[in-house]
Design a protein around this ligand. Structure first.
Ligand SMILES: [Zn+2]
Length: 340
């Protein structure tokens, strides 16, 4: 077969496979309504694209077409008084994701647990639905995991697959002066402060839609998730944010609305700002030359926070920018396209 024709055949096969995934074989006990809910569509739409006049007449084994724009999330039914949980079909190492839970329950008793973290859940009054933002730690091995929905002493388990992210590797050599800054007790106490600043149960979500960039004309020098080896040791840690190369004095802006939780010099991170954006999501800015906000201050997206510098453990002028979900660092890059 000539190469062009072979390519067309391969493309057709791939398209055929993609198409095959957009169908569903009716199982015993299914109703058109339950299938519609599971795939985030409506009974009317499902009936229409399958030419079904009477929705009560579907039979096990029947193959249904799903809407082409079926979202990449799934709805899993839960036991009453809970209704369903909505979550992505696939989650990725080092990424945050949104989970919704519907049901007539008191939020105080509702809990989500995933990979040893208990997540706060927030009620969206307008929708009558609970929302939480969860995170996959960047070093979590890919594989099958369980998300636990706990309610009044009962637990339901939802399977969730973690796939690997595309992260690079970096060997770093630390000078004795730099290593001296990495005193375990300093590292630990700074980390604890960050986690505390990022976990306050009373802040509702303060953003809607994609986040802005923290500096204009961004040039990324180190990506999130880059596996790191120090002085020839094992690749045990990773880069917890995005590094932007920029001259000292470059303005740094808030990427989304929030409240300043930390604005002070830290030993390892240098002049630091942390903003809490609600739903236990916060953003951090390290190594600043100058801090222009105060703790407790509310900031709007696009507001000036401070200026790029090279304070703390830093080898040259740059902005280290990071996002944490309940203290767990996640890749900020996807948030520019769509924040959870
Ligand atoms: Zn960095």
């Amino acid at each position: 077969m000539e190469p062009v024709r072979a390519l067309i055949v391969v493309l057709l096969l791939v398209m055929g496979l993609a198409k095959a995934q957009e169908s569903y074989t009716v199982q015993p006990g299914d109703t058109l309504f339950s299938i519609a809910r599971r795939y985030g569509t409506t009974l009317a739409q499902l009936a229409e694209i399958n030419g079904i006049a009477d929705p009560s007449k579907i039979t096990a084994g029947q193959v249904l077409r799903l809407p082409a724009d079926a979202p990449a999330f799934q709805r899993v039914p839960l036991m009453a008084p809970l209704e369903f949980i909505e979550l992505p079909r696939d989650v990725v190492q080092g990424r945050a994701f949104l989970v919704k839970v519907a049901g007539a329950v008191e939020d105080a008793s509702l809990q989500l647990r995933f990979l040893n973290t208990r997540y706060s859940i927030f009620l969206l009054p307008a929708e009558g639905i609970y929302q939480a933002i969860l995170a996959v730690p960047a070093l979590q091995p890919a594989g099958a995991y369980v998300l636990v929905v706990a309610y009044q002493g009962r637990e339901e388990r939802v399977n969730l697959r973690v796939s690997a992210g595309a992260y690079g590797r970096q060997q770093l050599t630390l000078s004795p002066a730099t290593e001296a800054l990495l005193k375990p007790e300093w590292v630990r106490s700074e980390r604890e402060r960050l986690v505390d600043a990022c976990t306050t149960d009373n802040l509702q979500k303060r953003w809607n839609g994609p986040w802005k960039g923290p500096i204009s004309r961004p040039r990324i020098t180190t990506f999130f998730g880059t596996r790191r080896s120090y002085n020839g040791g094992p690749f045990r840690s990773y880069h917890e944010g995005l590094d932007y190369g920029a001259p000292v004095g470059t303005p740094v802006y808030a990427p989304a609305d929030g409240v300043v939780a930390i604005a002070e010099p830290l030993k390892v991170r240098g002049n630091s700002i942390v903003i809490n954006h609600g739903m236990n999501v916060c953003s951090g800015y390290w190594h600043l030359a100058k801090i222009g906000v105060k703790a407790g201050q509310a900031v709007k997206a696009g507001e000036l926070l401070g200026y790029v510098g090279t304070t703390g453990l830093s080898t040259g002028p740059h902005l280290h920018y990071e996002i944490r979900v309940q203290g767990i660092p996640v890749d900020p890059a996807p948030w520019y396209k769509s924040a959870p």
